[in-house]
Design a protein around this ligand. Structure first.
Ligand SMILES: [Zn+2]
Length: 558
């Protein structure tokens, strides 16, 4: 009996040991590993990668690193023709000084100085821009049939210069005005973004499009709008696309007011008129715009990196989790002599999240649907890598279930809530709320929706292609931190934006507390696992400007 019981005891101990071993291995594969996140960021933010600028040796080393990491995780190449990459051909343009830029009012020239009065650039690969054309005031320039709103009426913009107000018709509307609430009130819609305005002007054949800058309505000051005068980047466009306008940019509010006054108009009065649903674009009497500019253009290439975890039942239905690998490269020395702007949080940490989610999903049971892990290039040059992908996707957008993006995460420890960017856009926010509730957390909408962050990160080109999206971007609102509450969350944003954003100071820091970032990555992982084993297609919500685009391809998802 005794020996018998000790045998049983030994057996129990042995089994327990095996169990323990399993549990240890299981633990490692069941949770986001903050030490691994930190190690990946430390590597990518090191000087070896020179701030990860696209088209540089540091950029190429980043692509090599990402391919190696995805390969070591056992993922499949997810790019073009069975490779790991998706090529992004780009141009860099610079309008040369001195530039001839002026309005002409009743025959009298009003010169415009680049950077002071205007920020004018091009995304066309041309060597000169010669324009002498009438100017059309288009108000906010929204053509939004789903909101029963059309600022253009019968106006012909062909070959003309379109002058826009920034933001949406209801941004400054008082309660009770007919425009109030038609464009989400203070929340900016896509119609409020300069990108939309330039696109709409191009669709209508305009030669140039200028947006009158206002700090509050733009969400940033003239210093930001004019920070790289005459310079621009773009994905090389194909012949099938509508060509962009020749010249695009910002017009300083004072220059616009002076112009209007000298021609007998009142900018303030025009702003109020533009808030009316009856407003229609009109040619400004006696005003023309003249430009005679030379442009230097150089071409370069970079790559998105794509890895695939194939689904075992519906591999053609694709979930996507993404971040951007590029950062700001090398710049002027700071007070400590540092020149590399390493983008440690923006967005090496997002990339670390994508790699960590990839590791966990690969270690877990196979999903029915496929997951694509995307590391985009050239986000900082204008969402170029993700835009190039959305134009020419490897996995058709109509069968892409959702895009989940990570761009700037919380490094100040665990939080009681997660910040939602773009409230009311898609049903994915309900997925987020469920996943957060399972963690004992809540969802808090972003604090400044009028800044339009929803339109300013790499998930956005996917949204514009109809794919429902979810973005974690910690600068969208102060989190309710376990240590210090909302006040500490807001302080964290102030410190990051004020000191580090796009600067040398956005560096790897051994003192980061990545438990909050890990919580948010776990949310994505939970949503991916849930949707990955479901046939559900999250929808855009009523009123979203992307709902109609998605519905055009509904047949592909039956
Ligand atoms: Zn970023």
């Amino acid at each position: 009996m005794r020996s018998g019981s000790s045998m049983v005891l030994l057996l129990i101990l042995a089994l327990a040991a095996i169990g323990c071993g399993r549990e240890a291995a299981g633990e490692e594969n069941s949770r986001v590993d903050t030490e691994r996140l930190s190690a990946i960021v430390r590597e990518l933010a090191s000087d070896k990668y020179e701030g990860r600028a696209p088209g540089t040796p540091g950029g190429r080393r980043t692509v090599e690193y990402l391919i190696r990491e995805f390969d070591e995780l056992g993922l499949e190449p997810g790019g073009v023709d069975g490779g790991w990459t998706h090529n992004v051909p780009m141009i860099h343009t610079q309008v040369e000084a001195p530039a001839t830029l002026r309005f002409v009012v009743e025959g009298k020239p009003q010169p415009l100085e680049q950077k002071q009065d205007i920020e004018a650039s091009t995304v066309r690969a041309v060597d000169s821009i010669v324009i002498d054309a009438p100017v059309v005031f288009v108000g906010f320039g929204a053509y939004a049939p789903e909101r029963d709103w059309d600022d253009y009426g019968d106006i012909d913009l062909q070959g003309k210069v379109a002058l826009y107000l920034v933001n949406d018709p209801d941004f400054a509307a008082e309660p009770g005005e007919p425009a109030a609430g038609r464009f989400g009130n203070r929340r900016m819609t896509y119609y409020g973004r300069w990108a939309y305005k330039f696109e709409e002007a191009a669709r209508r054949g305009a030669a140039a499009a200028l947006v009158i800058h206002e700090t509050e309505a733009a969400g940033y000051g003239w210093n930001v709008a004019s920070s790289s005068p005459g310079e621009n980047y773009a994905v090389v466009s194909t012949d099938a696309e509508t060509p962009p306008v020749m010249l695009q940019g910002w017009l300083h509010e004072d220059a616009a007011a002076t112009l209007m006054r000298s021609a007998g108009y009142d900018l303030d009065e025009l702003r109020i008129r533009s808030r009316s649903p009856d407003f229609e674009a009109f040619e400004l009497d006696g005003i023309s715009f003249v430009s005679d500019l030379s442009v230097s253009v150089d071409s370069f290439e970079s790559s998105n990196v794509l890895a695939l975890l194939p689904g075992d039942a519906h591999p053609d239905e694709v979930l996507m989790v993404a971040a951007h690998w590029d950062a700001y490269g090398v710049g002027e020395p700071d007070e400590r002599g540092r020149t590399v702007r390493p983008g440690a949080n923006d967005d090496a940490l997002g990339i670390a999240g994508v790699l960590e989610i990839a590791r966990l999903l690969k270690a877990g049971p196979a999903l029915e649907r496929s997951v694509v892990f995307a590391a985009w290039t050239a986000e900082e040059s204008g969402l170029l890598g993700s835009s190039a992908y959305a134009k020419d996707p490897v996995y058709p957008l109509e069968k892409t279930v959702a895009n989940l993006s990570l761009d700037i995460l919380n490094t100040a420890g665990p939080a009681r809530d997660v910040i939602l960017v773009g409230e009311g856009q898609s049903e994915l926010e309900d997925d987020l709320a469920r996943a957060a509730a399972a963690q004992g957390r809540t969802v808090t909408p972003e604090s400044l929706p009028e800044n339009g962050l929803f339109y300013r990160a790499d998930h956005f080109p996917m949204a514009r292609g109809g794919v429902p999206v979810l973005l974690i971007m910690q600068i969208a609102g102060g989190a309710d931190l376990v240590d210090g509450g909302r006040e500490a969350g807001e302080q964290w944003i102030e410190d990051y934006i004020g000191n580090c954003y796009h600067q040398t100071c956005d560096a790897w820091d051994p003192d980061w507390d990545l438990r909050g970032a890990a919580q948010d990555m776990e949310l994505f992982r939970a949503i991916l696992e849930d949707l990955g084993n479901s046939r559900r297609w999250p929808q855009w919500k009523a009123g979203s400007e992307f709902k109609a685009i998605r519905e055009q391809s509904a047949g592909a998802r039956r």
